[in-house]
Design a protein. Structure first.
Length: 199
């Protein structure tokens, strides 16, 4: 009986010490990613951890959207390039929850897109919070637009008579067997063009 009591007291003391240590253990500093550029009227942002190619496409988007008369076809192409260079570039993602390119997705499709990404392409990304990941992940080095068509596209209860269908291919720094071609459909959401479908 005495042994059981001593064992219980020891367990309680160890649990209390464990709780105290966990509570006051210095938290791993989550480095906040800085925003280095933005297009306020459209709600687009550029973060410092993006690749050089993504930054280049963002600069091109600024030029297109600051024109007096916006070339919508060029706008559609750049939205696709920006999405691909962020979404399919997994090397700069910290965890599988760090899904790229979401700011270019139509609001009605975002949640579904994130869930699908986490269950497929992002599923096996190793956590890199401590910067010790050894896993090889794809790095997008260029995106080519193979064709742009104006189409009629129905999404939800709306029809966009002047939607865009963009066919794109992209190249990785190293071929690790990831997708490298897609047909992407964009629709108008106010003044913005948003991705509504990805094939």
């Amino acid at each position: 009986m005495k042994k059981i009591l001593i064992t219980l007291i020891t367990i309680i003391i160890l649990i209390m010490i464990g709780i105290t240590v966990i509570r006051f253990w210095p938290k791993a500093e989550q480095q906040e990613v800085k925003i280095i550029n933005r297009i306020d009227e459209y709600g687009y942002i550029l973060e410092e951890n993006e690749t050089k190619i993504h930054q280049k496409y963002f600069e091109q988007l600024i030029d297109v959207l600051s024109s007096e008369e916006i070339d919508e076809e060029a706008y559609a192409e750049l939205v696709v390039k920006l999405f691909i260079s962020d979404f399919y570039n997994l090397d700069n993602k910290v965890t599988k929850n760090d899904v790229g390119g979401i700011q270019y997705i139509h609001p009605a499709a975002k949640d579904n897109m994130v869930l699908k990404a986490k269950d497929t392409i992002y599923k096996y990304i190793e956590n890199n919070i401590d910067n010790t990941r050894t896993e090889k992940l794809p790095i997008v080095i260029s995106v080519e637009i193979e064709g742009v068509q104006v189409i009629k596209f129905k999404y939800g209860d709306k029809i966009d008579q002047h939607a865009y269908q963009v066919t794109a291919t992209w190249t990785y720094k190293e071929d690790l067997g990831y997708q490298n071609k897609a047909i992407i459909k964009l629709v108008h959401e106010g003044q913005k063009l948003c991705i509504a479908e990805l094939e």
